[in-house]
Write a protein that binds this ligand. Structure first.
Ligand SMILES: [Zn+2]
Length: 273
């Protein structure tokens, strides 16, 4: 499986599907895996990696949000202590996400050696800026709704590792399944964390991580520009220049559908013409 990044305490795996990332943090006393995903061989690879490097360490599994592509590997990691937002537990669409994992495997004749199930969470994260000690590392969590209902930002303050799920991707414009207003609030939270100067590496759910602060800020600005552009088009009843937008992305074919859904949601949220 592709390692997008390998360093002494941090490994970022990258799936061949949708360039989805799985992050693994390993220190002397714990191992944390985030969103292990997609294909059975890839999940098995990550599981072997955690078996090899997780000996004599506490093992944690963190879910950035409940979109089905991010929870599909959960069942392969029994015994790991799980972390996600309280909203992840309360999510009214939990069963829908689980059904999507089952439907996806069914559609592509995919067989797994572990059960598909909706993750049971041992450490629910409530509120804003909640601290947690994992091993000797200091973590702080922020709620991140907008892309979906139950997103969570995870910042390992001790090592400057910021894990954000499906925000600030370099290969996707914002996919807004939940709320434009919440999405903007989450961008503000991300900007504040980045401005703290403590972030050494920012890890997005799909695409490239970045260690460059200018790049981090550019991604925030790009996301805002997109949301503003969609809102303006919806409010004024004018056309959004979609061709110009997708020209900069590697996978424009699939993106029209996501943009169309964003416009529909914006229509509901902003009451366009
Ligand atoms: Zn995703």
């Amino acid at each position: 499986m592709k390692h997008q990044l390998t360093s002494s305490h941090l490994t970022i795996f990258e799936s061949e599907l949708f360039r989805t990332t799985s992050t693994c943090v390993i220190t002397d006393d714990y191992l944390l895996i985030v969103d292990p995903n997609w294909l059975p061989s890839e999940v098995a690879y990550i599981r072997q990696f955690t078996e090899l490097h997780g000996k004599d360490r506490s093992k944690y599994l963190l879910l950035t949000h409940s979109d089905y592509d991010h929870i599909i590997g959960y069942g392969a990691f029994p015994g790991f202590m799980t972390i996600a937002s309280q909203r992840f537990i309360d999510n009214p669409e939990a069963d829908k996400q689980l059904q999507q994992t089952i439907a996806w495997d069914d559609e592509y004749y995919v067989q797994r050696d572990y059960p598909l199930c909706y993750p049971v969470i041992n450490y629910p994260i409530n509120g804003e800026g909640q601290d947690m000690k994992i091993g000797n590392d200091d973590y702080v969590f922020y709620q991140a709704p907008g892309h979906n209902y139950d997103g969570l930002l995870t910042f390992n303050r001790s090592r400057g590792i910021l894990i954000i799920g499906d925000y600030l991707s370099n290969i996707e414009f914002p996919y807004v399944y939940h709320s434009f207003a919440d999405y903007r609030t989450t961008l503000n939270t991300l900007e504040a964390i980045i401005h703290s100067g403590e972030v050494k590496v920012l890890i997005t759910g799909h695409g490239n991580h970045t260690t460059d602060r200018v790049e981090m800020e550019r991604r925030v600005a790009d996301s805002r520009a997109y949301l503003d552009g969609v809102e303006l088009a919806v409010r004024s009843g004018t056309d959004f220049d979609f061709e110009r937008l997708v020209a900069r992305y590697d996978f424009p074919g699939v993106m029209g559908a996501f943009h169309g859904k964003n416009v529909l949601l914006a229509g509901v949220e902003f009451g366009g013409n």
